[in-house]
Design a protein around this ligand. Structure first.
Ligand code: NAP
Length: 463
């Protein structure tokens, strides 16, 4: 008995340390200078959480635990090696796995406790399996859309929102009935089934364009369902970790929606992304172009340069060449900084991760709100594979689909140079008036190749 009590103390102490590490992890991850510590704290916290759970006296046989660990590790390791650009769908898959696990645990717990399930437990259990069920299929759908296994286009029909809300209402109605009559075992699978169906229906009307925001929202649901599971299993660590996950996912969705000037309801019910083909129809307008040699001359004559990276830099994996460009310009006494838009690229923090990988000093990375007032004093704004996040139509064209989205005011710089392969639009599928301005020079080419050519010119190897 004494041994049992003392091992319980050990487990609680381990859980307490793990909880503190999770909180520190989130705190540290909010700044690039401490982000690496944040990752380590999170990993250590998770290791302690798993180790603490394995010490539980309730475990009489480790066979299935080991099978689960081997299976999970076997799936997890290859998932860790996906390309950076595939991280949003990889994240969606991990949410799907987590949510499936929560739903299965909730279901097992219900059948273990029925018919004597206390009302509070039944209410939390229902929330757990409804959120878990819809997050499972919703996340799978989101991953499928991002990987382009499923059509990206939103599929909408009249009365869709009413149908969807009605289905969700039915699941909640069943939950209420089960709280009052927990012995109605035949209704439990029905409730779970409806939640699973709702997850599919929830994602169908949302375009591929909004998937990263939706994934972050599903992250929040997965966290809340895990917190509910913590109440059911009386596990404080799960409650804390789930609540942290739930709230951080929600905060991230809000930040992303704000950065795209979209409201939550607009993301969830808007059917955005239907017009993505319109850009192909615009007629060709003249633009001014320049060579790598000319670009190198303009850059080396500048005092202040701001580099604006975007999705194209990520696809081309040009970050190391960009680092070389930064080095050679800095050596010539040019002040070079980087302007980071919150939704540049395809996932939050995408540009920060790539530039950190190339060892660009953190104090050179500027957030949008800090750098925007500096563009009028900037000699050259060098846009590398960014498009939508620099589109002035968001500021001054009320008819534009991205009107109101906060952008980097690169058009206010004395000279703008844009590296991209052609005149193709970006993620929003719309034309960018920036390219036709008198002080804009288009540098057509692959980001990695073109930046490499500029570096060669600057370092004297061009001839
Ligand atoms: P973007 O608007 O998608 O534009 C990227 C540009 O890169 C394209 O116009 C493309 O033009 C160019 N490009 C592609 N491959 C290239 C290569 N190898 N070399 C050079 N250029 C290349 O990108 P962004 O300005 O970073 O904006 C991000 C967009 O994603 C925003 O609309 C944002 O709302 C959306 N979004 C972001 C997130 C997030 O979390 N970051 C989430 C959801 C949605 P060419 O084909 O002509 O080369």
């Amino acid at each position: 008995m004494n041994e049992l009590v003392s091992s319980q103390y050990v487990i609680e102490a381990i859980y307490l340390i793990a909880s503190a590490l999770f909180i520190l992890s989130l705190k540290w991850m909010s700044s690039p200078t401490t982000a690496r510590h944040g990752v380590w704290a999170g990993e250590l916290g998770m290791l302690l959480a798993v180790a603490g759970t394995l010490l539980h006296h309730g475990i009489v046989d480790y066979t299935w635990v080991i099978v689960g660990l081997v299976l999970g590790t076997g799936i997890g390791i290859p998932l860790g090696f996906v390309q950076m650009t595939a991280v949003p769908q990889r994240t969606a898959l991990s949410h799907a796995f987590g949510a499936l696990c929560v739903t299965l645990v909730g279901t097992a717990e219900y059948y273990l406790q029925t018919p004597n399930v206390p009302r509070f437990t039944m209410a939390v259990l229902s929330a757990e399996v409804i959120l878990g069920g819809l997050t499972f299929t919703g996340s799978l759908m989101a991953a499928g859309k991002l990987q382009e296994i499923l059509p990206q286009r939103p599929i909408t029909y009249k009365g869709q929102n009413v149908v969807n809300l009605g289905i969700l209402g039915l699941a909640v109605g069943l939950a209420v009935y089960l709280v009052l009559h927990p012995g109605a075992t035949h209704l439990f699978p029905l409730m779970v089934g409806i939640a699973v169906l709702f997850g599919v229906l929830l994602i169908i009307p949302i375009g591929g364009a909004d998937m990263p925001t939706v994934i972050s929202l599903l992250n929040s649901y997965a966290g809340l369902s895990a917190a509910a599971m913590g109440f059911v299993l009386n596990n404080k660590l799960l409650i804390i970790a789930g609540a942290l996950d739930g709230s951080s996912g929600l905060i991230l969705s809000v930040i992303m929606s704000k950065a795209m000037n979209r409201s939550f309801t607009n993301v969830l019910f808007g059917g955005f992304g239907q017009d993505q083909t319109i850009a192909g129809k615009q007629e060709a307008k003249p633009v001014r172009t320049a060579t790598a040699e000319e670009a190198a001359a303009i850059l080396s004559a500048a005092n202040k340069v701001v580099i604006v990276p975007g999705y194209g830099m990520a696809v081309a994996q040009a970050q190391h060449k960009v680092r070389e460009l930064y080095d050679s310009l800095t050596k010539r006494g040019v002040d070079v900084r980087f302007a980071i838009h919150p939704v540049a690229g395809r996932m939050p923090g995408h540009m920060n991760v790539l530039l950190a990988e190339a060892d660009i000093p953190y104090d050179r990375l500027m957030d949008m709100e800090d750098i925007n007032s500096d563009f009028p004093q900037t000699d050259v704004a060098l846009v590398i594979g960014a498009n939508d996040v620099t589109n002035p139509a968001a500021r001054n064209d009320t008819a534009s689909p991205i009107y109101g989205m906060p952008i980097l005011d690169v058009d206010k710089a004395r000279t703008v140079m844009v590296i991209k392969r052609g005149m193709s639009p970006g993620f929003a599928g719309i034309d960018n008036p920036l390219y036709y301005l008198d002080h804009t020079l288009m540098l057509f080419g692959d980001a990695k190749g073109f930046v490499g050519n500029i570096v060669r010119e600057l370092t004297g190897g061009g001839h």
